[in-house]
Ligand binder design. Structure first.
Ligand SMILES: [Zn+2]
Length: 296
């Protein structure tokens, strides 16, 4: 047994985090999988996986960690946690791919937010885990790369290796020891709902209008199709607004602009109805506010 790991598990449980044992020196659960279920003990009335067996009960934790120096798994779902996992590129040598911390910071900046302050650990591989309390009434599961490249999240169905655990790659340590903050609403919005549809192929409609207007429309449609994850709608709104003045000036027909943006928005994974509503309101607003061309 290891006093240190037992204490780590008990401390995590005292925070209300549901812990379970990971095989010593690894990140893999020490509890049997469904295929190897003996159907006895805790599984007497059916197999219970680590998420269901994870506990905050100090007696059960002592009994488990007395047996071996298990690493500490924290089941994020029952713990009421969502952990943002900022990973390192797999190939550290010769690759200048940005790490998860960099892509997450870029996401925060692009969406006008600061990187949230919260309980934070450094992982054995040099990545980081940001712990947040889960939003009320929303059941977030795991995500991979949905927020940004090399940024995953762990919720229901997921777990993290707690600080104090050690693998051959190194140890997990606390780098910011504070109470976990609430998961920011803007991150919740990016995570909830079904996974975005894959980007569909896009066929350019025939575009007629003045040269400046058609160039602007093509440029803005490309911007919409390249919009970052979770920003399709706001980008569509902004781009349609920019092109609206050409409609107001009579340089290009409104239906041509609508058709092009509709295709671009759907290619970006937005629903047809969402595109129609956003394009209509952006164009209405832009046309209403357009100043005469010579004043623009
Ligand atoms: Zn079982």
């Amino acid at each position: 047994m290891s006093e240190h790991l037992m204490r780590t598990a008990l401390e995590a449980a005292a925070c209300g985090w549901h812990v379970f044992p990971l095989r010593p020196g690894t990140k893999r659960p020490a509890l049997h999988g469904e295929a190897a279920c003996p159907g006895t003990g805790p599984c007497g009335s059916g197999h219970r996986k680590w998420e269901q067996r994870a506990t905050t009960d100090p007696d059960r934790i002592r009994a488990t960690w007395e047996r071996a120096p298990y690493n500490v798994g924290i089941a994020t779902g029952p713990s009421g946690l969502v952990v943002v996992d900022l990973d390192m590129p797999k190939d550290k040598s010769g690759s200048d791919a940005p790490c998860g911390a960099t892509t997450f910071a870029a996401l925060c900046e692009r969406t006008g937010h600061t990187v949230p302050d919260t309980y934070r650990t450094r992982t054995a591989s040099g990545g980081e885990h940001l712990y947040f309390t889960a939003p009320d009434g929303i059941r977030l599961t795991n995500s991979a790369g949905r927020l940004a490249p090399l940024v995953d999240t762990r919720g229901w169905g997921g777990y993290v290796v707690g600080a104090g655990s050690t693998t051959p790659a190194g140890s997990y340590t606390v780098t910011d020891d504070m109470t976990p903050a609430e998961l920011p609403a803007w991150i919740v919005r990016l995570l909830e709902g079904p996974a975005p549809r894959p980007v569909a192929p896009f066929a350019w409609p025939t575009i007629s209008g003045s040269r400046t207007a058609t160039a602007a429309l093509e440029r803005e449609c490309r911007t919409v199709m390249a919009a970052p994850e979770g920003e399709g709608n706001i980008t569509l709104n902004r781009s349609a607004f920019k092109v609206g003045r050409f409609v107001a000036w009579g340089d290009i027909a409104r239906h041509v602009v609508e058709e092009a943006f509709q295709g671009a928005g759907e290619a970006r994974g937005l629903t047809a109805a969402e595109c129609r509503a956003t394009i209509r309101s952006a164009l209405d607003s832009s046309i209403r506010k357009a100043r005469p061309r010579d004043a623009a």
